[in-house]
Design a protein around this ligand. Structure first.
Ligand SMILES: C[S@@+](CC[C@H](N)C(=O)[O-])C[C@H]1O[C@@H](n2cnc3c(N)ncnc32)[C@H](O)[C@@H]1O
Length: 200
C-alpha cells in the first residue's frame, strides 16, 4: 500500500518554528475551509472535530455555520495561535491531542475532518480507528490534501499524489468506513484531493 503520511517526522510544528509555520497557514485558507464545510454539509446540529486544526481557519468556518467544534492539534503553539485569531469563540473548544489519540468520547462527533494534516500523521490506521471511534453512526469523515506531483520534494511534496489519495481511500474502506469517495476540487487556485466517507 502506498504511504500517505510521508511527512510523519516533520519537525516543524513546535516552538518558534511552529509559530512561523502557523503564520504561513493563515492567508488564503478561507476557500479550503468553506469547501470542507460545504462538502460536509455542516449545520447547527453538527458536532465537528477538526484534526490537526493548526491556526483554526476551518474550525471558525464550522462555528460560523452554527456547529459546535473542537479544534485538535498536538502543537500547543498552533492552539495558542488559533485562540489568538478567534474573535468569536462561541461554540469552539481547543484541545491538545493527535489523530491517533483524540482524547474525545466515543460517538461524540457527527463530522471529523483533517485539512492538510494526514500526510503528517504518525500512524494512519490508528488515526482512522480513532476517527471511527469518535464518530457517531452516520458521521462523515473528510480528508483534504493539496495535489502534488509524483517525485516532488521539499515543500512541494506536502500533499498527495493521485495514488496516495486512492491509497488513503482504500485505508478508509479497510478501517470500516462506507461510501468512500475520492474527489478533486479546486477552490481558488489550488488543486485538492478530497477523500470522504461515512461511518456505518
Ligand atoms: C500543514 S498544517 C495544517 C493546519 C490546518 N489544518 C490548516 O489547513 O491550516 C498540519 C497540522 O497537522 C498537525 N499535526 C501533525 N501531526 C499530527 C498528528 N499526528 N495528529 C494530528 N495533527 C497533527 C500539525 O501540528 C499542524 O498543525
Amino acid at each position: 500500500m502506498t504511504t500517505v503520511n510521508h511527512h510523519a517526522d516533520h519537525p516543524g510544528f513546535s516552538g518558534l518554528t511552529g509559530l512561523l509555520a502557523g503564520l504561513t497557514m493563515i492567508p488564503g485558507r478561507g476557500p479550503v475551509a468553506r469547501l470542507v464545510a460545504d462538502l460536509a454539509g455542516v449545520s447547527g446540529t453538527d458536532r465537528v472535530i477538526d484534526v490537526g486544526c493548526g491556526p483554526g481557519t476551518a474550525v471558525r468556518e464550522a462555528a460560523r455555520r452554527g456547529a459546535r467544534v473542537i479544534g485538535v492539534d498536538p502543537a500547543p503553539v498552533m492552539l495558542q495561535l488559533a485562540k489568538a485569531l478567534t474573535r468569536q469563540p462561541a461554540g469552539i473548544t481547543w484541545a491538545e491531542g493527535t489523530a491517533e489519540d483524540l482524547r474525545q468520547p466515543d460517538a461524540s462527533a457527527t463530522v471529523l475532518w483533517g485539512v492538510a494534516t494526514v500526510h503528517h500523521w504518525k500512524n494512519v490506521n490508528a488515526g482512522l480507528a480513532e476517527a471511527r471511534r469518535v464518530l457517531a453512526p452516520g458521521g462523515r469523515i473528510l480528508a483534504i490534501e493539496r495535489r502534488v506531483l509524483p517525485g516532488a520534494s521539499g515543500l512541494a511534496s506536502h500533499g498527495w499524489t493521485d495514488q496516495q489519495a486512492q491509497s488513503f481511500a482504500d485505508q478508509c474502506s479497510g478501517a470500516g468506513f462506507d461510501d468512500v469517495h475520492v474527489e478533486q476540487h479546486s477552490p481558488g487556485r489550488q488543486m485538492l484531493y478530497v477523500v470522504r466517507a461515512v461511518r456505518p
